[in-house]
Design a binder for this molecule. Sequence first.
Ligand SMILES: Cc1cc2nc3c(=O)[nH]c(=O)nc-3n(C[C@H](O)[C@H](O)[C@H](O)COP(=O)(O)OP(=O)(O)OC[C@H]3O[C@@H](n4cnc5c(N)ncnc54)[C@H](O)[C@@H]3O)c2cc1C
Length: 592
Amino acid sequence: MADRVYIDADVLILGGGTAGCLAAWEARQVGGDDLKIVIVEKAFIRHSGSLSAGMNALNMYINQGTPEDYVSYVRYDICGAPIREDIVLSVAREVNDTVSILEAAGLPMKKKEDGRYLNRGKWNIEVNGSLLKPITASKAYEAKAEIYNRVYITELIIKDNVCVGAVGFGVRDGKFYICRGKVTLLCTGGAAGLWRPNNRRDAHHRIWYFPFNCGSSYAMCKRAGAEMTSFDMRLVPVRTKDTFSPTGTLAIGMGAPMVNALGDSFMEKDPYYLSWGGHTAPTPIRMLAFQRETLAHRSPIYMDTTRGDSAKVIGLKGQYLDMSPSIVLYWGCNDHDPSREPIELDGGDPHLVGAHAGMSGAWTRDISRETTVDRLYVSGDALGAAPSRFISGSWTCGRIAARHMVKALKDNSYQLLEINPDTLDDMENRTYGPMRRFEEKSPEGVWTDGTLSGGVSPKDMESRMQKIMDEYCGGRTHWYFVNETYLSIARKHIKRMRNDQLQYLCARDLHDLQLAWDVINRLDVCQLVIEHISFRKETRFPGYVNRTDYPETNPDYDCFINSRWDAETDEVKCFKVPYQQLVPGDRRKQSI
Ligand SMILES: Cc1cc2nc3c(=O)[nH]c(=O)nc-3n(C[C@H](O)[C@H](O)[C@H](O)COP(=O)(O)OP(=O)(O)OC[C@H]3O[C@@H](n4cnc5c(N)ncnc54)[C@H](O)[C@@H]3O)c2cc1C
């Protein structure tokens, strides 16, 4: 048995990232000094999560118009598909206020001469964001939250559909952590690494999304029996080739157009793309255009920085150093001058990012952010069906969740719940399973040349999973195309991995144990993705999920696809949930 650490909290926050730190701060504001707020984080909150490399823009800010106009923009940006307008609206109403709070905490804002924030388009503002994460973390310190860094959460503790807390292991001390909360917020981010990345071997983490958010939010909610949503929609990023750095800095910041190998600015020529607004077309349509140009053999595709505002090229490196320093090093190593040469693009591996240009996550009952499991709340990338909340929206989402959690806690006088000791023993066995298996196999189970006799390493299992998803579930190898035959092969292989092969997964040490849990979680999320994509018999998100067997949209699927996992049968049962339009207007057009 591992040494045990017992932690009790009023408000338990799992994941000390963008949403988690601001949730802690807000909980203190509304809950008062006596409230015990605990954050449990697998890394170190000053440098963890999506903000760890810094960012140079907050993609959600109401520079003009109203919160309702923002909802209309978000709808338009995913081709008019259904979104949770109630959630997006609730964030849009408070996002500017949240940004002021972060500015007061020391976030260096870029400003115009008149003192207003320097905007980049209608909904975006620029920041000097290299220290974005330490500044975000300072709000959790200010709230005097009790912070447990370097604890990897593996499972939620659920009793009769009520969340009691969570368990995990110390990634350095190896102890078994048992955390109880009167209310629990899960915000451990989105999911990277389900599909095979473009870069291999030691560079495999050079992807667009933060590589160490591995779908634990989604997998833990699914295993807890929560209703899940929109795993039929994923973000396929078109980014700078090799470094996978964001391109908004080039497109919105510099006005650089996307061009093909012939130098044609195809977004401004093709009537279909023009019908969507040309170079300002919704994000999936820009991805679709990139794919079509490539498949028509007019690649490579570039962002033509030589045609952009040349005065801004000089500041470009500074902006990337605030967010994605690897591209600046790459240019340095390769003698690349963006004012003289365009920047080549590539399509990356798909990601599940509920708060960015993706929608997957847990379904929430209402704007409280409570899931269908009582006392379990979600925020940030973990929350589904409400895209385009980004950094400032995730901060805000954390704040809103915290307010509702504290209110529910007080209104209902929630108490901590007891946990059956046998349940804890089972959870401990599952948590350390891959390491204990390795110990049982030692000494003959030695790892030679990366191979384990009688077991499978997390890396090998990850490679197998990524290959299946890439080749059979719409990865880059087939340019994001998928059909029912491919999906049935993906289903068969992922099922075999989950049901037959996980029993051989071995971990030599605590580092391997983290990698093992990363792959366990990802495999659970793969199952959700396959079943959701298979259920949506149409192509609603062209460029993101292209179904060759159902290439058009079908009005019967103008709804959310939600699901529940049945632990008895290991089946993901999908069903339709109607969309409610709160903001009137044509969903395929922006109101301003
Ligand atoms: C590369 C990239 C570029 C982006 N560009 C922009 C941009 O320019 N502008 C913009 O506004 N938005 C941008 N975004 C989006 C924005 O950063 C995210 O939407 C937002 O930060 C999500 O917040 P979160 O709290 O859900 O996740 P995170 O901030 O990533 O927090 C998740 C936390 O959970 C921890 N964690 C994960 N698993 C576990 C576990 N099992 N146990 C314990 N802890 C765990 C992680 O270590 C992390 O600290 C970008 C995102 C990425 C990744």
